[in-house]
Design a protein around this ligand. Structure first.
Ligand SMILES: C[S@@+](CC[C@H](N)C(=O)[O-])C[C@H]1O[C@@H](n2cnc3c(N)ncnc32)[C@H](O)[C@@H]1O
Length: 231
């Protein structure tokens, strides 16, 4: 999901290149299979050459022979995890809500489809209120609840819509008294100690429950991380 924010232009560009290359081949009026060579399949370089990256790559390659493959792989896995984490946090700071929404599977379209006209929404673990604000465009009333006073303060500061109310509270204890058309839990249940208790507490809170959890298995390098016991 996260990559889609940045890869769109590259995808379009890639398609254009492919179309141009196909058109050139058609013009030659020869059967394609007989013309294709290894060079035809080589993608042109898009990134500018960087001396630092080149040197780093050679150093890592050289270190592999000194430290051994497994130790070097552990180092690479830890570094890539750390860099990805930094990149994620910095993207969040630089692009704010736009990035956070791209990084989630739930989209405005899906949210809109599930909110009935004149409906009510409960945003459980609302954080800074990004889904509450989005839902408020399609619902009559929205309540965002979060146990963090800091997050609720930020949510209030960032919100101008008058149909949203933010409440500080623990969702495992405080929500079963109310009823809403839709309840959303985006990236929340993985933070909850007793998920069964939470699900039991909220099972009657809304007619529709939208739950999203992060896909921790999305990175194929996790296989190597587990095998080498890299955290
Ligand atoms: C990763 S954030 C997600 C925020 C928001 N749903 C979003 O997608 O932007 C998880 C939020 O869940 C809240 N949270 C965790 N446990 C909670 C609980 N027991 N009661 C209320 N909020 C809780 C945290 O305070 C935090 O704001």
């Amino acid at each position: 999901m996260a990559s889609s924010l940045f890869s769109r232009s590259e995808i379009v560009f890639g398609n254009q290149l492919a179309e141009e290359s196909m058109a050139a081949k058609k013009l030659a009026c020869e059967p394609l299979a007989t013309q294709l060579t290894e060079n035809d399949l080589t993608m042109p370089r898009r990134k500018r050459r960087s001396v630092i990256i080149s040197l780093s790559y050679r150093m890592v390659w050289f270190s592999k022979n000194i430290l051994g493959r497994k130790r070097m792989l552990s180092w690479c896995l830890n570094t890539s995890w750390l860099m990805r984490r930094f990149a994620f946090e910095l993207s969040s700071e630089v692009f704010g809500d736009l990035f956070q929404r791209e990084a989630r599977a739930l989209s405005e379209d899906v949210l809109q489809r599930w909110i009935p006209p004149g409906g009510s929404v409960l945003d459980i673990g609302c954080g800074p209120g990004r889904w509450s604000r989005l839902a408020a465009q399609y619902a009559d009333s929205v309540v965002g609840i979060d146990q963090s006073e800091v997050n609720i303060k930020i949510a209030r500061q960032m919100t101008t819509a008058s149909n949203i109310k933010y409440v500080v509270g623990d969702v495992t204890q405080n929500v079963d008294r109310y009823h809403f058309d839709v309840a959303i839990l985006v990236h929340v249940i993985e933070h909850i100690e007793n998920v069964d208790r939470l699900l039991a507490a909220i099972s009657n809170v809304a007619s529709t429950l939208i739950i999203e959890v992060p896909d921790f298995e999305a990175d194929p390098l996790n296989m190597a991380r587990y095998a080498l016991s890299c955290p």
